[in-house]
Design a binder for this molecule. Structure first.
Ligand code: NAD
Length: 485
């Protein structure tokens, strides 16, 4: 049990303003695994006030980026010392298979923390140059108070993706994790405090949508960094736009994997499948549309179905599990509803479609493959957020690109082919923020990541991810003056 009776506000564990509590139950067993106080508007006020004070009068923005980076490096080290516990905690919160979680939910955040720790010494916060009319200094300053809002599916990963660059920038952060995954967020707060983060710089306020809206609209907040659904992202973008508040959005996806006609299925499907049914299908970057050449359609679906049929479904804490339970009953209802919709639309279930035998407690759905899918169907257009794939036939390369692009989303994608040049040519034509050519790696933490179209605005990771938390100031200097930077 991981239970908290206080909220981490302004760097201290304080009495919450209400007695309301979030209980966290294991999606595998239903058992209570922890609890934490629910933050209310009054707690947000306190957190924003502490963050304001920290950024307006505290030491953090004035410490050198190298010193701030050192805090992140110590946090990464602390996480590495508790990888297994952290992975199990996250599996207990949201059902991620623990083996996958060790890499994606825990190791990856240490890489993100380390990357930004290193950028503290190498990033050019100040540059001096000859401008068009005289010497110019461009300085990049902390954006101020950041509201960081995350969903439950990769909670610690997304927290690291926001907090590492925001903190490196010298900004302060009010972090609102999702109600399903507040416990790992509290652990992250403990880790960062132990790593030397000064008081006031970070608050963690587990809360639901309404309190999240209050945070977004809070006049003390300078920037909203949001990851979540496109519906919520549009609302948040509109609210921020009305007040010219800075915002960045990482939203949903419906990404396509294109298998070209020269593909070697034995080599490519093992690269593709872990990215198609990743994290129980609860991943924004999942390759949920599989585009297969019409004259190899049966061969592709047979091979894919065979692999999906053999995926081990089970308790998230079992190291052998490849597909765990969905986060909650309502998520299983949502996925089962889409499975019904797919059948009503005329698609056929080639494998899965039901609940796995012998797993009577927990929110399990069988990994499912639909065949005879047309890209106009709802199951091919809407984000299901579960282990459900659609295999769609295409006629030629141009048709494959057309289908891949026939989506409101544009987050990820991949092409699998015997010819890398041909694959790169396809990559250049698909309108998404990140892409794989014969690769199993969808995200590189030193490079921009984000969405075209309804998948978001702005780019996380790499230097772009840091720039999201910086304001740029140009200082025109007198002739002959060249400050050292
Ligand atoms: P959601 O939008 O319902 O909630 C996400 C977070 O935002 C939660 O903390 C929630 O409490 C809060 N929230 C919701 N509405 C809000 C509002 N109006 N104002 C302020 N806060 C609000 O999303 P979800 O269903 O929890 O998460 C799944 C979604 O997240 C999927 O669409 C998935 O694709 C997306 N996602 C995107 C990325 C990415 O990097 N692009 C990564 C992970 C998940």
């Amino acid at each position: 049990m991981k239970s908290y009776d206080r909220l981490f506000i302004g760097g201290e564990w304080v009495q919450p303003s209400s007695s309301s509590v979030f209980e966290v139950h294991s999606p595998s067993t239903g058992e209570l695994v922890g609890s934490t106080p629910e933050a209310m508007n009054a707690d947000i006020d306190r957190a924003v006030a502490a963050a304001r004070e920290a950024v307006d009068h505290g030491p953090w923005p004035h410490m050198s980026p190298t010193e701030r980076g050192a805090v992140l490096a110590r946090a990464a080290e602390a996480v590495r010392n508790q990888m297994q516990e952290m992975s199990e905690l996250i599996s207990n919160e949201m059902g991620s298979p623990v083996s996958w979680g060790l890499l994606a939910q825990v190791l990856a955040p240490t890489m993100i923390l380390d990357y930004y720790a290193g950028l503290g010494s190498t990033f050019a916060f100040d540059t001096v140059k000859d401008g068009m009319l005289g010497p110019v200094m461009v300085t990049k300053e902390p954006i101020g108070v950041v509201a960081a809002i995350t969903p439950w599916n990769v909670p610690f990963f997304l927290a690291a993706a926001k907090l590492a660059p925001a903190l490196l920038s010298g900004s302060s952060v009010v972090f609102k994790p999702a109600p399903e995954t507040p416990l790992d967020a509290n652990v992250f707060a403990e880790i960062l405090a132990d790593a030397g983060l000064p008081k006031g710089v970070l608050s963690v306020v587990p809360a639901g949508r309404e309190v999240g809206e209050y945070l977004v609209n809070h006049p003390g907040v300078n920037k909203v960094s949001f990851t979540g659904s496109t519906v919520a992202g549009k609302k948040i973008g509109a609210a921020c736009g009305a007040n010219l508040k800075r915002f960045s959005l990482e939203l949903g996806g419906k990404s396509a994997a294109i298998l070209l006609d020269d593909v070697n299925l034995a080599e490519s499907l093992p690269l593709l499948l872990p990215n198609a049914i990743m994290n129980n299908g609860e991943a924004c970057i999942s390759l949920t549309r599989i585009l297969a050449p019409r004259d190899r359609y049966t061969e592709v679906t047979d091979a894919l179905v065979e692999m999906v049929r053999n995926m081990k479904v089970g308790d998230a804490l079992d190291p052998a599990t490849e597909v765990g339970p969905l986060v909650a009953e309502r998520q299983r209802d949502r996925v089962e509803n889409y499975i019904r919709i797919g059948q009503e639309e005329g698609a056929k279930i080639a494998v899965g479609g039901g609940r796995p035998a012998g797993l009577d407690t927990g929110w399990y759905v069988e990994p499912t493959v639909f065949v005879d899918v047309d890209n106009s169907m709802r199951i091919a257009q809407e984000e299901i957020f579960g282990p459900v794939l659609s295999v769609i036939p295409y006629d030629d390369d141009a048709d494959a690109v057309r289908i891949a692009n026939d989506s409101d989303y544009g987050l990820c994608g991949g092409v699998y082919t015997g010819d890398n040049d041909r694959g790169l040519g396809i990559a250049r034509q698909v309108r998404t923020g990140t892409y794989m050519v014969n690769s199993a790696i969808p995200i590189d933490f030193s490079s921009p990541f984000g969405g075209y179209k309804d998948s978001g605005m702005g780019r996380e990771f790499g230097e772009d991810g840091l720039e999201l938390f910086l304001e740029k100031k140009t200082i025109n200097l007198p002739a002959g003056y060249s400050p050292s930077v």
